[in-house]
Design a protein around this ligand. Structure first.
Ligand code: NAD
Length: 515
């Protein structure tokens, strides 16, 4: 079984003309599921069936958790330096296979090859960060808290942890999860998105090649049944989730009712406030890149712009730039944006655009009827701009998750802040201005967890954490950074006494106090 098996479209099928079936990874072995139910993984640009993903049986799921549980005692006692060295090797292997990974992502998810490389690279940075786990996991020590007594705390791994992933970053999001978890000494069960599971399998192959022992990382495929099994399983201690609010809130309540830790990153509606003094070219470039890049299927995509003092002067230039973008199959050189993930996603996005029109928004640019030559069956939507959008419109209230930029207007900076803060989501928000005073006010008053100042997609690098807030996150310890290490570890506090006790001091039953 070689890593090329899931390089998909370019590879011949191994099942007599049938698409290959994506295996589970259980106890170090890639095993075909015995399930009778499989879902097609389709190339969103062509509708070709790339592979089939199993709805893993409960027995197979239990075997994966068992393998993780069995691997835990020796893995947690493996020196942290050894665990780090596996991450050093893994980052090297990911760099080696960057092109293969990117091709798999473009084939299954649709984003452009360059964007797919970015997907891998942003995950790779979490692997690099995990290489410093010994320092990140350091405990605390106070000597002589009482005479001859010292107290120290250590951060210990939890045991078996699980991760449930969305479709939009098939490499980055699995890499937000398992490298941090396993380098802390946990073992892991990963449930990739059923829409694009290939990159997870390739990354797992690389992790095994890097020396990760059998059972430390396991992969099970499926949809809600397997997710519910993860939430309910008594041997799983923590669940990391990234995806929609519907799934995230369900998983948060079901898994935490079973006493598990949960970190749940969910949907978004990220706003930019553009002040009249903003630098025009830089702002337009930022809005177009962050609004339409990855066909708007980024949780940190900029989906709404609030122009202070009116949008009219910006609209023509925005239109011109958006029209110049090339919509094409992600493998085509020069493609700026590829298709959206599925026919259903396209239909949903088109319906939300139509609802905007029906509610009175102005359709400045309509990408719904685009046809990409050679890819007539692809789920393409061209850049779309809706202006005069109001907070009560459906297209504003719902996360669109497509290449649609909503333009709103505010008379003052305060009104713009008020619009953004009333939105239920709080993943990210940006301001474009040349005024330091306005930027400082924005930073302090905006109710979003990730703030950009003249930066459109302020996704923090892994030494910070991914800090969405309000309806975009639930749980209390965010992904990666210090919070990520804290999520995957629990504190043990030790009080030790090494002194010769005076003889004849007797027994005291009073509460001990510091002396
Ligand atoms: P999704 O919620 O449909 O799927 C995510 C995962 O949950 C998948 O593995 C899926 O199998 C599982 N799932 C789906 N419905 C379920 C249910 N009812 N019960 C149990 N499990 C279920 O999300 P998606 O469409 O793959 O991803 C897009 C969403 O993810 C968007 O809302 C986007 O904003 C969000 N997202 C958020 C972040 C972030 O960091 N905040 C990052 C990426 C994506």
């Amino acid at each position: 079984f070689g890593s090329s098996r899931f390089s998909t479209a370019t590879e011949p099928s191994s099942r007599h003309g049938q698409p290959p079936r994506v295996p589970n990874l259980i106890g170090g072995a890639f095993i075909d599921s015995k399930s009778s139910s499989f879902i097609d993984v389709t190339n969103p640009a062509t509708q070709e069936v790339v592979s089939q993903v199993p709805l893993t049986t409960n027995e197979e799921f239990k075997a994966a958790v068992h393998a993780a549980k069995k691997a835990f005692p020796s893995w947690r006692n493996t020196p942290v330096t050894t665990r780090q060295r596996i991450m050093f090797k893994l980052q090297q292997l990911i760099r080696r296979d960057m092109d293969k990974l990117a091709m798999n992502i473009t084939t299954e998810q649709g984003k452009t090859l360059k964007d797919a490389q970015g997907d891998v690279f942003r995950g790779l940075e979490v692997v690099e960060h995990s290489c410093g786990m010994a320092t990140l996991q350091m405990g605390e020590y106070v000597s002589n808290v009482s005479s001859g007594i010292d107290t120290y705390s250590v951060r210990e791994p939890l045991g078996v942890c699980a991760g449930i992933c969305p479709f939009n970053f098939p490499a980055m999001i699995p890499l937000w999860m398992f490298p941090v978890a396993v380098t802390c000494g946990n073992t892991f069960v990963l449930k990739p998105s059923e829409k694009d599971p290939g990159a997870s399998i390739m990354l797992a192959e690389l992790a095994l090649e890097a020396g990760l022992p059998d059972g430390v990382l396991n992969i099970v495929h499926g949809t809600s049944d397997i997710v519910n099994a993860i939430c309910d399983d008594d041997d799983i201690r923590a669940v990391s989730f990234v995806g929609s609010n519907t799934a995230g809130m369900h998983i948060y309540s079901r898994a935490s009712a079973k006493g598990k830790r949960v970190q749940s990153n969910m949907g978004a509606k990220n706003h930019a406030i553009v002040l009249a003094d903003a630098s025009v070219d830089a702002t337009l470039n930022a809005l177009v890149a962050a609004g339409f890049g990855a066909a708007g299927q980024r949780c940190m995509a900029l989906s709404t712009v609030v122009f202070v003092g009116g949008s009219k002067s910006w609209e023509d230039k925005l239109l011109e730039q958006a029209q110049s973008l090339k919509v094409d199959c992600g493998t085509k050189p020069g493609a700026d944006l590829g298709p959206v993930i599925s026919k259903q996603a396209k239909e949903r996005i088109c319906n939300l655009i139509q609802s905007g029109v029906s509610d009175g928004a102005r359709l400045v640019l309509d990408g719904r009827n685009i046809v990409v030559p050679g890819y007539e069956h692809g789920n393409f939507i061209g850049p779309t701009i809706l202006a005069d959008v109001k907070p009560e419109m459906e297209c504003y209230k719902e996360e669109i998750f497509g290449p649609v930029l909503l333009c709103m207007q505010a008379h003052s900076f305060e009104e713009a802040l008020d619009i953004v803060n009333k939105n239920k989501y709080g993943n990210g928000a940006s301001i474009f201005t040349t005024s330091g005073a306005a930027a400082r006010k924005f930073q302090s008053e905006i109710e979003a967890g990730q703030v950009g100042i003249n930066v459109p997609i302020p996704v923090p690098l892994p030494f910070f954490s991914f800090t969405g807030s309000k309806a975009s996150f639930t749980g209390d310890l965010n992904f990666y950074g210090k919070a990520g290490v804290n999520f995957y570890t629990q504190i043990k506090t030790v009080t030790q006494q090494w002194k010769d006790l005076p003889s004849g001091s007797g027994v005291s039953l009073a509460m001990p106090t510091s002396q």
